[in-house]
Ligand binder design. Structure first.
Ligand SMILES: NC(=O)C1=CN([C@@H]2O[C@H](COP(=O)(O)OP(=O)(O)OC[C@H]3O[C@@H](n4cnc5c(N)ncnc54)[C@H](O)[C@@H]3O)[C@@H](O)[C@H]2O)[C@@H](O)CC1
Ligand SMILES: Nc1ncnc2c1ncn2[C@@H]1O[C@H](COP(=O)(O)OP(=O)(O)OP(=O)(O)O)[C@@H](O)[C@H]1O
Ligand SMILES: [Mg+2]
Length: 367
């Protein structure tokens, strides 16, 4: 049976609502207003992941793209691109005197001091599993939460939640992006039962429903945190309702496609903040009511004149990031077939944005 909780609004309408939260390009804006996003990740083992994430964020359209990484990763990430601002301020066991006795909050100081200048964080791409690094990042998460800074948590960053779910429980300004393995770890930690492949119905509709039920349950167990569960289709749930992202993707499953997703989400979160701060006039009527049930969410998504509430735009931003990533994968696969690499997605970000979303009304781009 199809889950009763899915939002059934068509993709066409959802994309028209996404366009509402994309800031138009206007001469009056100054550097930074269209998004300052930082990716926290990059260690001795992984330098590609933070690069792909930060570059996707920049290519989607944020103004400033930072990478906060471990010392050994910084010169490598810098050498990939002069466009990124790369800060070697993420501590690890290799960069502290005594890894067994650290003051994690003090070590997080240089990162925390940057937070007031950022609109959104992407925590996790290529973070690695070093104990010192993870303790420091846990302090950054607590601080970002206390200041209501939105963030995406992915990859090794999700381990922090698996260890201590309370760190994000009930936080309504974050998106978790687990792949199938990470979802299983989180579900286990929260005591949510996930149907095994053998249990999942062969009927496609029922299978989709079972998967989105698991996503909704996990979201509920985390107090309504938004979860984007990646897979053949992506399920996005806030524990009350779900959106399914199922536009066609590519067939190559190369590593690093999740990084285009997190970077895109970082920019969507920064744009969403600008929308709620009324950086420009969206032409919509004010709406004081926060969406609380499926009907409210659907009504906001289908209204042509009312502003959306933050809970609705969070779901929508997650759906948009997923749709863009899948379109990048489709186009890159069309061109490259089985040789497709993560960097091929990076080149498709802007074209995918234009095809799916398009420039909002009022943009002076003449595209
Ligand atoms: N170029 C890079 O620097 C990249 C770095 N990455 C980083 O690598 C680190 C580890 O990430 P992993 O994703 O490997 O996580 P894990 O180390 O938890 O490994 C997950 C394992 O599950 C397997 N798996 C994935 N989907 C599956 C499915 N549907 N069914 C069964 N098995 C499945 C994968 O092949 C992988 O071996 C993270 O920090 C991540 O950000 C990745 O993002 C890939 C690209
Ligand atoms: N079977 C599939 N069919 C179509 N798209 C898929 C499929 N599996 C994953 N995707 C898409 O690929 C993107 C990355 O998801 P994936 O599950 O590969 O994440 P990941 O394992 O975290 O990636 P990474 O290697 O970057 O860590 C998502 O946008 C998802 O929608
Ligand atoms: Mg991943």
């Amino acid at each position: 049976m199809e889950s009763v909780h899915h939002i059934s609004t068509s993709s066409k309408i959802l994309f028209s609502k996404v366009r509402k939260i994309v800031p138009p390009m206007l001469e009056k804006f100054h550097k930074g207003q269209l998004g300052r996003v930082a990716v926290i990740g990059g260690c001795v083992d992984y330098t590609g992941a933070p690069y792909f994430s930060a570059t996707a964020s920049a290519k989607l359209g944020c103004d400033m793209s930072h990478v906060l990484c471990e010392r050994s990763a910084a010169p490598v990430v810098k050498s990939y691109s002069p466009n990124l601002m790369v800060h070697p301020i993420l501590p690890s066991s290799d960069t502290v005197k005594d890894p067994k006795s650290i003051d994690a909050l003090a070590l997080a100081g240089p990162i925390i001091s940057m937070l007031s200048r950022l609109h959104a964080l992407v925590i996790g791409p290529g973070l690695g599993r070093d104990g010192v690094t993870l303790q420091v990042v846990a302090e950054v998460i607590k601080e970002a939460r206390s200041r209501s800074i939105p963030f995406v948590l992915d990859a090794d960053g999700l381990l922090i939640v698996t260890e201590d779910p309370n760190i994000i429980k009930g936080y309504k300004e974050c998106i978790l992006t687990p792949n199938v393995v990470e979802f299983g770890r989180l579900a286990k930690a929260l005591g949510v039962k996930v149907a095994s492949q053998a249990d999942i119905s062969k009927d496609e509709k029922s299978a989709k429903s079972q998967e989105s039920d698991a996503c909704e349950q996990l979201s509920k167990a985390l107090g309504g945190v938004t979860i984007l569960q990646k897979g053949p289709h992506d399920v996005i749930s806030n524990g009350i309702t779900s959106l399914i992202s199922n536009n066609e993707g590519g067939l190559k499953r190369s590593g690093g496609q999740g990084d285009t997703l997190t970077g895109s989400l970082g920019t969507m979160l920064a744009w969403r903040a600008a929308y709620h701060n009324k950086l420009w006039d969206s032409g919509e009527k004010d709406n004081e009511k926060e969406a609380q049930n499926k009907e409210d969410f659907q009504a906001e998504l289908e209204s042509e004149e009312k502003r959306m509430s933050p809970a609705t735009t969070l779901l929508l931003a997650a759906w948009a990031g997923s749709s863009i990533t899948r379109e990048c994968s489709r186009k890159a696969f069309e061109a490259k077939g089985r040789s497709m690499q993560a960097s091929d997605l990076t080149d498709e970000v802007h074209g995918s944005f234009l095809r799916l979303i398009g420039e909002p009304d009022g943009s002076k781009t003449h595209l």
